[in-house]
Design a protein. Structure first.
Length: 238
């Protein structure tokens, strides 16, 4: 919405009126931003479908490895806050013990993330040996391509925070909390290519809000390309 005020326009003279009638009418409901958002969704669907098609052997191998190395389900489903505060279940390969959620309360005092909004623990005792490997290379995130196909996530966007972190951000910075939920959460995003777990919550929020306010399809593609480099180098991963 424009914040500029304007004076009433003068009436058209007969020649201008005739010319205006001859010009093609704009298509109602279609805008440059709307077309860009539609293009983003096309990229999401094509990219997620291609990723699942190409990576299914890797995903099957990971699933079998999880099944035979630790007790519990292969996939981990966790409630997250998504677009416009809607709750959805994010999908990940399980990298922790089955009682990880129950043990979180006991580990709060060991939280290493500055500010306490995010929960980060470099040597988290809940992470399985295989889970540690999967996390280093972000392989545990691959099932989120399914979330993308369902329209719950985008390939690129702010990371969907777990409810514990989301509630703490709401208490700490309500405006930032709501602003970062104005776009779909992403499998990757500015936080992942900007340092991941090495960043505190305030820097994460800054990167997310800059993304929300300055989004473009080209920026999405650049973040996707940078993600491959970050994953290979394991920057900020634990």
């Amino acid at each position: 919405m424009s914040t500029l005020s304007s004076a009433p326009l003068p009436p058209l003279n007969p020649d201008e009126a005739t010319l205006q009638q001859a010009l093609p009418r704009p298509v109602v409901g279609v805008s440059v931003e709307g077309l860009s958002r539609s293009a983003k969704r096309v990229v999401d669907v094509v990219g997620a479908a291609a990723g699942l098609f190409l990576l299914w052997p890797v995903m099957v191998a990971i699933a079998l490895a999880i099944k035979y190395t630790s007790r519990g389900p292969i996939l981990f489903r966790q409630a997250r806050r998504g677009y416009r505060n809607e709750i959805f279940n994010v999908l990940k390969f399980r990298t922790m013990t089955v009682d990880a959620e129950q043990r979180l309360v006991d580990l709060e005092s060991s939280n290493e993330s500055a500010g306490g909004v995010l929960f980060k623990l470099k040597n988290d005792p809940r992470v399985t040996p295989l889970g540690s490997f999967l996390r280093r290379y972000s392989l545990d995130e691959l099932p989120q391509l399914i979330n993308v196909l369902f329209g719950e996530m985008s390939l690129v966007g702010p990371r969907p925070l777990q409810l514990r972190d989301s509630d703490k951000l709401l208490e700490t910075d309500p405006e930032a909390y709501h602003r970062r939920l104005q776009v779909l959460p992403g499998v990757t995003g500015p936080w992942q290519v900007g340092g991941r777990s090495e960043l505190d919550y305030s820097r994460m929020v800054d990167l997310d809000l800059d993304y929300v306010e300055n989004w473009s399809l080209g920026r999405d593609l650049l973040i996707i390309l940078k993600t491959f480099s970050v994953v290979v180098s394991r920057t900020g991963a634990y």
